[in-house]
Design a protein around this ligand. Structure first.
Ligand SMILES: Nc1ncnc2c1ncn2[C@@H]1O[C@H](COP(=O)(O)OP(=O)(O)OP(=O)(O)O)[C@@H](O)[C@H]1O
Length: 345
């Protein structure tokens, strides 16, 4: 649906050139929710703005539904953009216009008939759950309600793609949850493909099918949300995952425990989260587990649990137990002495 290939973008800053994007490629499939995560300055905003050419890349192609947008005339690009809605952290609503007008004005300007405009405003305000606020001004709405208006405005053009630029970053945790639920509903019920950028791992955890991690203008890791959570490879990805699972084991305890066995992080997915895997290996092998920390949460469609355990016993028995767990769909990662001082993820 969206194919970015070799995208580079350099800005001329006061202190010299800033390489905001350096040869970035990624591919978003039809119907999925794809998240790009990174710390401030990683290049996320520049990247998402390249998808609808609000930012023109210096190099690379932006192919949306088979058409390279960088090759289009201004007129054709304007048409192509109507298929790509966008929502922003700051909502970008007209302050002096009502909720109704915020949605209807862009439609009128695009040439829709009065009847069509009315039908669409009613339909999409209902979908975002704001059909009682037609005549309110943005100043009379909460942050979550403003974002709902912005989402209705984007949906009113009936796009196949929705770009979300930190849409929940200015919202409190409960409102964030509600807006993420709305994005899931839009994706599922209307079949809209969503590409979002965020610096919050809980956004990825809750709604994304796949994720790219960005740093210094580059994609440093990419995969399904499940893979990124169970086996993050890059240090930055590990930091993002551990921001949700803070199993911090004190240094001296870790050192002591590793003298009588080994400490592991066990990650469970889906059905395996409900199985007593640890109890089974304890019966089968000559090991004694001690649970140091644990948590369970939901990824988009699956349950994801983590346990940090100390397995006490003979090295050979521990290895057999680990192999058994791995066969049982449990992802096992050792927490070594060299990992102390780091959060376990
Ligand atoms: N118009 C611009 N002119 C000059 N430099 C820019 C411009 N836009 C972005 N940059 C620089 O490009 C780099 C990437 O910025 P970008 O906003 O894409 O990052 P980001 O990951 O979205 O960060 P944040 O989460 O803080 O918005 C930064 O160093 C930024 O200062």
């Amino acid at each position: 649906m969206i194919e970015l290939a070799g995208i580079s973008k350099t800005f001329q800053g006061k202190q010299g050139p800033i390489h905001a994007l350096n040869n970035v490629s990624l591919s978003v499939k039809k119907g999925e929710i794809y998240g790009v995560i990174g710390y401030s300055g990683a290049g996320k905003s520049t990247l998402i703005r390249c998808v609808n050419l609000l930012e023109k890349p210096d190099a690379g192609s932006v192919v949306v539904k088979g058409t390279d947008l960088t090759k289009l005339s201004t007129k054709k690009l304007r048409e192509a953009r109507t298929n790509i809605g966008m929502i922003f952290q700051g909502f970008n609503l007209l302050k002096t216009a009502t909720v109704y007008e915020n949605i209807s004005i862009p439609l009128k300007l695009s040439g829709f008939s009065k009847k069509e405009v009315e039908e669409r405003v009613v339909k999409y305000l209902k979908i975002v759950g704001l059909d009682e606020k037609y005549h309110a001004y943005p100043s009379e709405l909460s942050g979550g309600q403003k974002q709902r208006v912005a989402i209705a405005r984007a949906l009113a053009f009936e796009p196949e793609i929705l770009l979300s630029d930190e849409a929940t970053s200015a919202l409190d945790p409960d409102t964030t949850e509600a807006i993420l639920d709305l994005l899931l509903k839009i994706n599922k019920d209307l079949g809209i493909t969503i590409l979002l950028i965020t610096h919050e791992m809980n956004v990825i955890q809750r709604i994304c099918d796949r994720v790219a991690v960005m740093e210094n203008g580059e994609v440093i890791e990419e995969g399904t949300t499940k893979d990124i959570f169970t086996s993050p490879a890059h240090q930055t990805t590990k930091r993002f995952v551990s921001s949700l699972f803070t199993h911090k084991i004190p240094d001296d305890l870790l050192e002591k425990l590793n003298q009588t066995g080994q400490v592991f992080t066990l990650s469970f997915f889906g059905d395996s989260s409900g199985e007593p895997a640890l109890a089974t290996v304890t019966k089968k092998f000559d090991i004694y587990p001690n649970i140091l920390s644990g948590s369970i949460t939901h990824l988009k469609d699956e349950t994801f649990g983590q346990l940090v355990v100390h397995l006490k016993g003979d090295t050979a028995e521990i290895h057999k137990a680990v192999r058994y767990l791995e066969k049982d769909q449990v992802h096992v990662e050792g927490v070594n002495i060299s990992d102390k001082n780091k959060r376990v993820s």
